[in-house]
Design a protein around this ligand. Structure first.
Ligand SMILES: C[S@@+](CC[C@H](N)C(=O)[O-])C[C@H]1O[C@@H](n2cnc3c(N)ncnc32)[C@H](O)[C@@H]1O
Length: 270
Protein backbone atom coordinates (compact mmCIF):
# COMPACT_ATOMS: atom_id res chain seq x y z
CA UNK A 1 0.00 0.00 0.00
CA UNK A 2 1.31 3.46 -0.86
CA UNK A 3 1.56 5.98 1.99
CA UNK A 4 -1.14 8.23 0.48
CA UNK A 5 -3.71 5.41 0.08
CA UNK A 6 -5.09 5.88 3.59
CA UNK A 7 -5.11 9.70 3.57
CA UNK A 8 -8.61 11.11 3.15
CA UNK A 9 -7.96 14.79 3.83
CA UNK A 10 -7.81 18.23 2.15
CA UNK A 11 -10.47 18.51 -0.56
CA UNK A 12 -11.18 14.77 -0.59
CA UNK A 13 -13.75 14.34 2.26
CA UNK A 14 -16.25 16.90 0.95
CA UNK A 15 -16.10 15.65 -2.67
CA UNK A 16 -16.19 12.04 -1.43
CA UNK A 17 -19.36 12.72 0.51
CA UNK A 18 -21.11 14.78 -2.15
CA UNK A 19 -20.21 12.77 -5.27
CA UNK A 20 -19.07 9.27 -4.31
CA UNK A 21 -21.35 8.37 -1.40
CA UNK A 22 -24.64 8.62 -3.34
CA UNK A 23 -23.03 6.87 -6.31
CA UNK A 24 -21.64 3.70 -4.71
CA UNK A 25 -21.73 3.76 -0.90
CA UNK A 26 -25.31 4.64 0.08
CA UNK A 27 -26.86 1.43 -1.28
CA UNK A 28 -24.45 -0.75 0.72
CA UNK A 29 -24.89 1.45 3.81
CA UNK A 30 -28.60 0.54 3.76
CA UNK A 31 -27.65 -3.14 3.63
CA UNK A 32 -25.27 -2.80 6.61
CA UNK A 33 -27.93 -0.83 8.52
CA UNK A 34 -30.49 -3.62 8.00
CA UNK A 35 -28.05 -6.23 9.23
CA UNK A 36 -27.02 -4.17 12.28
CA UNK A 37 -30.60 -3.27 13.23
CA UNK A 38 -31.57 -6.97 13.07
CA UNK A 39 -29.09 -7.60 15.94
CA UNK A 40 -30.73 -4.90 18.18
CA UNK A 41 -27.42 -3.66 19.65
CA UNK A 42 -27.31 -1.55 22.79
CA UNK A 43 -23.63 -0.62 22.27
CA UNK A 44 -22.46 -0.37 18.65
CA UNK A 45 -19.00 0.37 17.27
CA UNK A 46 -18.44 1.54 13.71
CA UNK A 47 -14.90 1.41 12.28
CA UNK A 48 -13.70 3.49 9.29
CA UNK A 49 -16.98 5.42 9.35
CA UNK A 50 -15.70 8.00 6.86
CA UNK A 51 -18.22 10.76 6.21
CA UNK A 52 -20.96 8.80 7.95
CA UNK A 53 -22.85 7.05 5.14
CA UNK A 54 -23.45 4.00 7.35
CA UNK A 55 -23.84 6.06 10.52
CA UNK A 56 -26.77 7.97 9.03
CA UNK A 57 -28.44 4.78 7.77
CA UNK A 58 -27.91 2.89 11.03
CA UNK A 59 -28.99 5.82 13.24
CA UNK A 60 -32.28 5.97 11.32
CA UNK A 61 -32.85 2.26 12.00
CA UNK A 62 -32.03 2.07 15.73
CA UNK A 63 -34.20 2.98 18.75
CA UNK A 64 -33.39 5.57 21.43
CA UNK A 65 -30.99 4.69 24.21
CA UNK A 66 -28.36 3.02 22.03
CA UNK A 67 -24.67 3.91 22.49
CA UNK A 68 -23.16 4.34 19.01
CA UNK A 69 -19.45 5.16 18.66
CA UNK A 70 -18.41 5.99 15.08
CA UNK A 71 -14.65 6.01 14.47
CA UNK A 72 -12.24 6.69 11.62
CA UNK A 73 -8.50 7.15 11.16
CA UNK A 74 -8.93 10.50 9.39
CA UNK A 75 -10.42 13.36 11.45
CA UNK A 76 -11.39 15.35 8.30
CA UNK A 77 -13.74 12.52 7.27
CA UNK A 78 -15.39 12.49 10.71
CA UNK A 79 -15.73 16.29 10.61
CA UNK A 80 -17.91 15.99 7.49
CA UNK A 81 -19.82 13.11 9.09
CA UNK A 82 -20.54 15.10 12.25
CA UNK A 83 -21.61 18.13 10.23
CA UNK A 84 -24.06 16.06 8.17
CA UNK A 85 -25.56 14.15 11.10
CA UNK A 86 -28.59 15.71 12.79
CA UNK A 87 -28.14 16.25 16.56
CA UNK A 88 -28.26 12.80 18.09
CA UNK A 89 -27.18 12.07 21.66
CA UNK A 90 -26.75 8.35 20.86
CA UNK A 91 -23.76 9.04 18.58
CA UNK A 92 -20.21 10.00 19.50
CA UNK A 93 -17.40 10.52 16.96
CA UNK A 94 -13.87 9.39 17.76
CA UNK A 95 -10.64 9.36 15.81
CA UNK A 96 -9.29 5.80 15.95
CA UNK A 97 -6.98 3.51 14.02
CA UNK A 98 -8.62 0.10 13.51
CA UNK A 99 -5.24 -1.44 14.37
CA UNK A 100 -5.30 0.01 17.90
CA UNK A 101 -8.87 0.62 19.02
CA UNK A 102 -9.00 2.97 22.04
CA UNK A 103 -11.66 0.93 23.88
CA UNK A 104 -11.77 -1.58 26.70
CA UNK A 105 -12.34 -5.30 26.29
CA UNK A 106 -15.93 -6.40 25.55
CA UNK A 107 -17.36 -2.84 25.42
CA UNK A 108 -19.59 -3.40 22.38
CA UNK A 109 -22.18 -5.96 21.40
CA UNK A 110 -22.01 -5.30 17.63
CA UNK A 111 -19.25 -3.89 15.39
CA UNK A 112 -19.61 -2.80 11.78
CA UNK A 113 -17.33 -1.44 9.09
CA UNK A 114 -18.11 -0.42 5.52
CA UNK A 115 -15.36 -0.58 2.88
CA UNK A 116 -12.61 -0.02 5.44
CA UNK A 117 -10.82 -3.38 5.80
CA UNK A 118 -8.97 -2.98 2.49
CA UNK A 119 -7.13 -0.01 4.02
CA UNK A 120 -5.88 -1.82 7.14
CA UNK A 121 -2.16 -2.62 6.77
CA UNK A 122 -2.50 -5.72 8.99
CA UNK A 123 -6.03 -7.12 8.82
CA UNK A 124 -5.49 -9.96 11.29
CA UNK A 125 -4.33 -7.38 13.83
CA UNK A 126 -7.32 -5.11 13.12
CA UNK A 127 -9.77 -8.05 13.33
CA UNK A 128 -8.09 -9.05 16.59
CA UNK A 129 -8.83 -5.58 17.92
CA UNK A 130 -12.47 -5.85 16.84
CA UNK A 131 -12.76 -9.21 18.58
CA UNK A 132 -11.19 -7.80 21.75
CA UNK A 133 -13.68 -4.91 22.06
CA UNK A 134 -16.70 -7.11 21.20
CA UNK A 135 -18.57 -9.07 23.84
CA UNK A 136 -18.24 -12.86 23.47
CA UNK A 137 -20.35 -14.00 20.48
CA UNK A 138 -20.81 -10.38 19.34
CA UNK A 139 -21.30 -10.03 15.57
CA UNK A 140 -18.85 -8.21 13.31
CA UNK A 141 -20.60 -7.07 10.10
CA UNK A 142 -18.53 -5.56 7.29
CA UNK A 143 -18.07 -5.35 3.56
CA UNK A 144 -15.26 -4.97 1.03
CA UNK A 145 -15.29 -4.26 -2.69
CA UNK A 146 -15.05 -7.16 -5.11
CA UNK A 147 -12.41 -7.11 -7.87
CA UNK A 148 -12.25 -3.98 -10.00
CA UNK A 149 -13.55 -5.74 -13.15
CA UNK A 150 -16.91 -6.16 -11.34
CA UNK A 151 -16.99 -2.44 -10.53
CA UNK A 152 -17.37 -1.18 -14.04
CA UNK A 153 -17.07 2.62 -13.83
CA UNK A 154 -14.03 2.49 -11.53
CA UNK A 155 -12.42 -0.02 -13.88
CA UNK A 156 -13.06 2.11 -16.94
CA UNK A 157 -11.70 5.21 -15.16
CA UNK A 158 -8.53 3.33 -14.15
CA UNK A 159 -7.98 2.09 -17.72
CA UNK A 160 -8.44 5.64 -19.09
CA UNK A 161 -5.95 7.11 -16.59
CA UNK A 162 -3.44 4.46 -17.62
CA UNK A 163 -3.45 6.01 -21.09
CA UNK A 164 -2.57 9.42 -19.62
CA UNK A 165 0.32 8.06 -17.54
CA UNK A 166 1.49 5.02 -19.58
CA UNK A 167 4.88 4.76 -17.85
CA UNK A 168 3.45 4.86 -14.33
CA UNK A 169 -0.32 4.25 -14.33
CA UNK A 170 -2.14 5.21 -11.11
CA UNK A 171 -3.02 1.88 -9.47
CA UNK A 172 -4.65 3.05 -6.21
CA UNK A 173 -8.06 1.61 -7.12
CA UNK A 174 -6.66 -1.81 -8.04
CA UNK A 175 -4.15 -1.95 -5.19
CA UNK A 176 -6.32 -0.84 -2.27
CA UNK A 177 -10.14 -0.47 -2.59
CA UNK A 178 -10.25 -3.46 -4.97
CA UNK A 179 -7.28 -5.35 -3.58
CA UNK A 180 -8.88 -7.51 -0.86
CA UNK A 181 -11.64 -9.69 -2.28
CA UNK A 182 -10.38 -13.29 -2.06
CA UNK A 183 -13.01 -14.97 0.13
CA UNK A 184 -10.60 -17.69 1.29
CA UNK A 185 -8.11 -15.05 2.44
CA UNK A 186 -10.81 -13.03 4.22
CA UNK A 187 -12.06 -16.17 5.99
CA UNK A 188 -8.54 -17.19 7.05
CA UNK A 189 -7.74 -13.67 8.32
CA UNK A 190 -10.91 -13.71 10.45
CA UNK A 191 -10.22 -17.22 11.77
CA UNK A 192 -6.65 -16.25 12.67
CA UNK A 193 -8.09 -13.36 14.70
CA UNK A 194 -10.40 -15.80 16.53
CA UNK A 195 -13.72 -15.20 14.72
CA UNK A 196 -16.07 -18.09 13.91
CA UNK A 197 -19.43 -18.74 12.22
CA UNK A 198 -18.20 -16.74 9.23
CA UNK A 199 -20.63 -16.10 6.38
CA UNK A 200 -19.47 -14.41 3.18
CA UNK A 201 -21.78 -13.36 0.35
CA UNK A 202 -21.38 -11.56 -2.97
CA UNK A 203 -23.70 -8.62 -3.46
CA UNK A 204 -24.05 -6.97 -6.89
CA UNK A 205 -25.79 -3.61 -7.26
CA UNK A 206 -26.10 -0.88 -9.90
CA UNK A 207 -24.49 2.51 -9.35
CA UNK A 208 -26.15 5.52 -10.93
CA UNK A 209 -24.72 8.98 -11.49
CA UNK A 210 -26.22 12.05 -13.16
CA UNK A 211 -23.37 12.32 -15.70
CA UNK A 212 -19.97 11.01 -16.78
CA UNK A 213 -18.45 14.19 -15.36
CA UNK A 214 -19.97 13.41 -11.93
CA UNK A 215 -18.34 9.96 -11.96
CA UNK A 216 -14.99 11.41 -13.03
CA UNK A 217 -15.00 14.06 -10.27
CA UNK A 218 -16.02 11.45 -7.68
CA UNK A 219 -13.22 9.04 -8.54
CA UNK A 220 -10.38 11.40 -9.55
CA UNK A 221 -10.95 14.13 -6.96
CA UNK A 222 -12.90 12.55 -4.09
CA UNK A 223 -10.57 9.63 -3.31
CA UNK A 224 -6.82 9.14 -2.66
CA UNK A 225 -6.54 8.58 -6.44
CA UNK A 226 -6.39 12.38 -6.43
CA UNK A 227 -3.06 12.27 -4.53
CA UNK A 228 -1.69 9.70 -6.97
CA UNK A 229 -2.54 11.90 -9.97
CA UNK A 230 -1.13 14.99 -8.25
CA UNK A 231 2.07 13.11 -7.37
CA UNK A 232 2.63 12.54 -11.10
CA UNK A 233 1.76 16.11 -12.13
CA UNK A 234 -0.29 18.38 -9.84
CA UNK A 235 -1.25 20.59 -12.78
CA UNK A 236 -2.95 17.64 -14.52
CA UNK A 237 -5.75 16.89 -12.01
CA UNK A 238 -8.42 18.63 -14.08
CA UNK A 239 -7.07 17.24 -17.36
CA UNK A 240 -7.13 13.74 -15.85
CA UNK A 241 -10.71 14.27 -14.64
CA UNK A 242 -11.74 15.49 -18.11
CA UNK A 243 -10.07 12.52 -19.78
CA UNK A 244 -11.95 10.06 -17.54
CA UNK A 245 -15.24 11.92 -18.16
CA UNK A 246 -14.65 11.73 -21.92
CA UNK A 247 -13.88 8.00 -21.77
CA UNK A 248 -17.06 7.37 -19.75
CA UNK A 249 -19.16 9.55 -22.08
CA UNK A 250 -17.89 7.62 -25.10
CA UNK A 251 -19.04 4.38 -23.49
CA UNK A 252 -22.21 5.44 -21.64
CA UNK A 253 -23.43 8.54 -23.49
CA UNK A 254 -23.89 12.10 -22.30
CA UNK A 255 -26.83 11.52 -19.93
CA UNK A 256 -27.04 9.55 -16.70
CA UNK A 257 -24.48 6.81 -16.25
CA UNK A 258 -25.19 3.32 -14.86
CA UNK A 259 -22.64 0.68 -14.01
CA UNK A 260 -22.46 -2.60 -12.16
CA UNK A 261 -20.84 -2.50 -8.73
CA UNK A 262 -20.16 -5.54 -6.56
CA UNK A 263 -19.26 -6.00 -2.92
CA UNK A 264 -18.57 -8.90 -0.59
CA UNK A 265 -20.51 -8.81 2.68
CA UNK A 266 -19.17 -10.66 5.69
CA UNK A 267 -20.67 -11.56 9.07
CA UNK A 268 -18.67 -13.29 11.77
CA UNK A 269 -19.03 -14.05 15.49
CA UNK A 270 -16.44 -13.04 18.09
C1 LIG B 1 -13.67 4.00 1.33
S1 LIG B 1 -13.74 4.88 2.83
C2 LIG B 1 -15.21 4.21 3.58
C3 LIG B 1 -15.88 5.19 4.51
C4 LIG B 1 -17.29 4.87 4.97
N1 LIG B 1 -17.33 3.65 5.73
C5 LIG B 1 -18.26 4.84 3.82
O1 LIG B 1 -18.93 3.82 3.63
O2 LIG B 1 -18.40 5.83 3.10
C6 LIG B 1 -12.44 4.15 3.76
C7 LIG B 1 -12.27 4.79 5.12
O3 LIG B 1 -11.28 4.03 5.85
C8 LIG B 1 -10.62 4.93 6.70
N2 LIG B 1 -9.37 4.30 7.16
C9 LIG B 1 -8.24 4.06 6.45
N3 LIG B 1 -7.35 3.41 7.21
C10 LIG B 1 -7.92 3.23 8.43
C11 LIG B 1 -7.49 2.64 9.66
N4 LIG B 1 -6.27 2.09 9.77
N5 LIG B 1 -8.33 2.65 10.70
C12 LIG B 1 -9.56 3.21 10.61
N6 LIG B 1 -10.02 3.78 9.48
C13 LIG B 1 -9.22 3.79 8.40
C14 LIG B 1 -10.42 6.16 5.83
O4 LIG B 1 -10.14 7.32 6.57
C15 LIG B 1 -11.76 6.23 5.10
O5 LIG B 1 -12.67 7.05 5.77
Amino acid sequence: MSSTDKVFAGSIPKIYDEYLVPMIFAVYADDIARRVAARSPSALLEIAAGTGAVTRAVAAALPRGVRYVATDLNEPMLAVAAQRQADDDRISWRQADAMALPFGNAEFDVACCQFGAMFFPDRVKAYGEVKRVLKPDGPFIFNVWDRIEDNVLTHEATVALGRMFPDDPPRFMIRTPHGYYDKAVIRTDLERAGFRDISIETRPEISRAPSAEHVAIALCQGTPLRSEIEARDASKLQAATDLVAEALRTRHGSGTVDGKIQAIVIEARA
